[in-house]
Ligand binder design. Structure first.
Ligand code: NAG
Ligand code: NAG
Ligand code: NAG
Ligand code: NAG
Ligand code: NAG
Ligand code: NAG
Ligand code: NAG
Ligand code: NAG
Ligand code: NAG
Ligand code: NAG
Ligand code: NAG
Ligand code: NAG
Length: 578
């Protein structure tokens, strides 16, 4: 057994014996509705529990044909995946010549595109998902929108706006909507309303009303559709973006916004769950707007345990002390395991793996770190305890964030795998205290093959790309893990998540080939496939030209089905535990 299959095994044992108490419950109170609902820590559909493996494909409504959408959903469904996560926003400040867009936000006025390249694309996605037996999590806006540079690289006016060069023919000329952070969102509202700090999106009444207006239009459209899994209020809401936060922004700012928007969505659509979409950052010491109430509700005759069943044990709050204790225990386990595997690195020796980007990850052992101290302005537990929020969400992207101190005695890949296992364990404990389901809405690890394409959420250029490497997809950079290491990490995280009682786990992101390419859209004809003849005659979009779905460094295209295999195994695993 290698280090991490051993750890994974150990984790299952630990999780099963100690870390998460699943409260017992009665079956009778479950509603038999074909909308997804919750019962304590479970998702329920038609009276049965639902646990799922999922994937992300923010670009689905931007595909050029209905056949492309149909085949993509068919390929996903064939793996056994049950839930997908898609952007239900596509804001522009100028109407694009080609391609999909949903809302024009221009100088403080808004209009929604209900045409065939507008919300009708989303209608198709929802309808086809229903036909293929898939559920869709729809995100309503994005924290991230770094501005692209327009032709010939106008220097950014404000240095806090990070930019991408979209000059045609340059290495960075990615089509619109190629990146997940290129669909408009919070900072587009802020700029087009003439304001300048990111958190004004959350606090300015005019912007809030405009966003609620968009939300109403989209939510009302699908009130009766059973294929909506949940309304996700925002991808990764936090105080800062590429527009900086004002000093006023705190966890209370973000929690208050969630409470307002969640109540609004529920008032329009009582049929569907509402989720946050935040990354799961915690703040154990922050003041709470929705404090955990440890007092049990008054006993109801129907809720009393059946004879012989254990009474529901009170959830333990997840505290700083518990986190530090868990970390010490994790370090002890890891050392033990790596000693057995013969991979332990002796104290003081640091072997820097090929893909580690920073040596700054070691932290004081009493310091819980930015993911737990409210630095991002997010208190995921306070958000989860808002009555209208149905279930918890978190994400895991170790190439872009630190989630805790690295154990310098482990090899870098083992540090990262361990970091993920610890993050999952903390999330399971934090949500168990609230008593609602919890899901991992996105996780990913960048491989060497994908390194030339890797673009972090707050950027528009690939930091490890050379012009040649991006054109060929063959990286000579020293960044990224091998496909084998990726598969092993994904397997460990999926197994750990299943063992810890996560209700849903979604990989980021799906890769689909054989898509219809049209010039000026997300799936554009590849310039490398074009013959000189075609480019001179302007026939660059002949009907049989095909393309790949976007790759921001996490796509499964080109891994020979390795990740699909891992996801398929996880589908069996999560199915077998019910
Ligand atoms: C739930 O029941 C409805 C109505 O019988 C049915 O159409 C739907 O497919 C069921 N959903 C699941 C997930 O079983
Ligand atoms: C998968 O997608 C391809 C197109 O890329 C399509 O030909 C095939 O039918 C799809 N498979 C399923 C099961 O839908
Ligand atoms: C933006 O709107 C304001 C107020 O409605 C108006 O005075 C101004 O001329 C507009 N600017 C542009 C560029 O349209
Ligand atoms: C609300 O949305 C509708 C439909 O797109 C639009 O006509 C209206 O101008 C919007 N109102 C505000 C205040 O944004
Ligand atoms: C909110 O935004 C509107 C529109 O730009 C602006 O007129 C108003 O002054 C802002 N309100 C506050 C309190 O800043
Ligand atoms: C949803 O269904 C309800 C009850 O059947 C109906 O009253 C309502 O008009 C429907 N809404 C939409 C948007 O179709
Ligand atoms: C921050 O708060 C102060 C005091 O309430 C207020 O005057 C100021 O306008 C706020 N700034 C922003 C950007 O919201
Ligand atoms: C936002 O970013 C600034 C630097 O741009 C930093 O000083 C501040 O602490 C950050 N605030 C939050 C809440 O993330
Ligand atoms: C993006 O986020 C990472 C991690 O927080 C940070 O190191 C980097 O400076 C950020 N880049 C931009 C352009 O904001
Ligand atoms: C990577 O490829 C680029 C472009 O071909 C080349 O200039 C560079 O020297 C290569 N770097 C290494 C470390 O091989
Ligand atoms: C590619 O997609 C087309 C329809 O869009 C389908 O007819 C064809 O069989 C697909 N080819 C492959 C290799 O999947
Ligand atoms: C829009 O699409 C047409 C037809 O594919 C193409 O000729 C044109 O160049 C595209 N325009 C832009 C701005 O991409």
């Amino acid at each position: 057994m290698n280090l991490f299959s051993w750890l994974s095994f150990l984790f299952c044992v630990v999780a099963a014996s100690a870390s998460v108490t699943i409260p017992s419950r009665t079956v009778e109170k479950r509603e038999s509705t074909s909308f997804v609902s919750t019962d304590g820590p479970d998702f329920v559909v038609n009276g049965s529990t639902l646990r799922y493996i999922g994937t992300n494909l923010y670009w689905l409504p931007a595909l050029n044909t209905n056949e492309d959408i149909w085949y993509t959903l068919g390929n996903i469904s064939a793996v056994g995946i049950k839930v997908i996560r898609v952007w239900a926003f596509n804001d522009v400040d100028t109407i694009p010549v080609n391609g999909t867009w949903f809302q024009l936000i221009q100088n403080g006025t808004l209009s929604i595109n209900e045409g065939p390249n507008g919300l009708q694309k989303l209608d198709t996605v929802i309808e086809m998902a229903e036909q293929q037996g898939l559920y869709v999590i729809l995100s309503l806006t994005n924290n991230w929108y770094p501005l692209p540079l327009l032709n010939n690289a106008i220097a950014p006016i404000n240095s806090s706006l990070f930019t991408r060069d979209v000059t045609l023919g340059t290495n960075n000329s990615l089509p619109r909507n190629y990146l997940s952070n290129d669909y408009g969102g919070m900072d587009l509202y802020v700029r087009q309303f003439g304001l300048d700090t990111h958190d004004q999106f959350y606090t300015n009444e005019t912007i809030l009303n405009s966003f609620l207006n968009y939300t109403t239009q989209v939510v009302q459209r699908y009130v009766n559709r059973t294929s909506i899994f949940s309304w996700e209020l925002a991808n990764d809401a936090r105080c800062n973006s590429t527009l900086a936060a004002s000093p006023n922004c705190t966890t209370e700012t973000i929690t208050t916004w969630h409470a307002t928007v969640a109540a609004h969505v529920k008032s329009i659509d009582p049929n569907h769950l509402v989720s946050s979409g935040n990354q799961g950052f915690m703040c154990m010491d922050c003041p709470k707007l929705y404090p955990l109430n440890p007092a049990p509700p008054p006993a109801q005759p129907s809720a009393s345990p059946a004879p012989g069943r254990k009474r529901r044990s009170l959830p333990q709050p997840f505290t700083k002390e518990k986190l530090l204790k868990d970390r010490a225990e994790s370090r002890r386990r890891n050392r033990e395991a790596s000693k057995r595997a013969g991979t332990l690195i002796e104290n003081g020796v640091r072997i820097r793996g090929r893909w580690v980007s920073t040596a700054e990850r070691r932290q004081d052992s009493q310091d819980v770190g930015a993911a737990f101290d409210g630095s991002y302005g997010v208190d995921s537990q306070d958000i989860l305890n808002i009555p209208e929020i149905g279930f918890g969400t978190f994400q895991f992207f170790p190439d872009q964030q630190s989630y805790g101190p690295a154990d310098q005695n482990l090899a870098p890949i083992d540090q990262t795998i361990s970091e993920g296992v610890d993050w999952i364990t903390s999330q399971a404990q934090s949500s168990a205290a609230v008593g609602k389901p919890v899901t991992l809405t996105g996780f990913g690890l960048v491989t060497q093959e994908n390194a030339p394409f890797f673009i972090p959420f707050n950027m528009t250029t690939a930091p490890y790309a050379t012009p040649q490497s991006q054109a060929t997809g063959q990286s000579n950079s020293t960044y990224g893990v091998t496909v084998q290491q990726q598969a092993s990490a994904y397997t460990t995280w999926l197994n750990s998540g299943i063992a810890a009682g996560l209700n849903g786990i979604m990989q980021y992101q799906w890769g689909q080939s054989n898509l219809t390419a049209v010039t000026g859209t997300t799936i554009s004809p590849s310039t490398t496939q074009e013959s000189p003849d075609q480019s001179t005659t302007g026939e660059s979009s002949s009907p049989d030209e095909t393309g790949e779905s976007p790759n921001d460094g996490y796509s499964t295209s080109g891994d020979d089905g390795e990740v699909q295999q891992v996801l398929g195994n996880a589908v069996q695993q999560i199915g077998s535990v019910g």
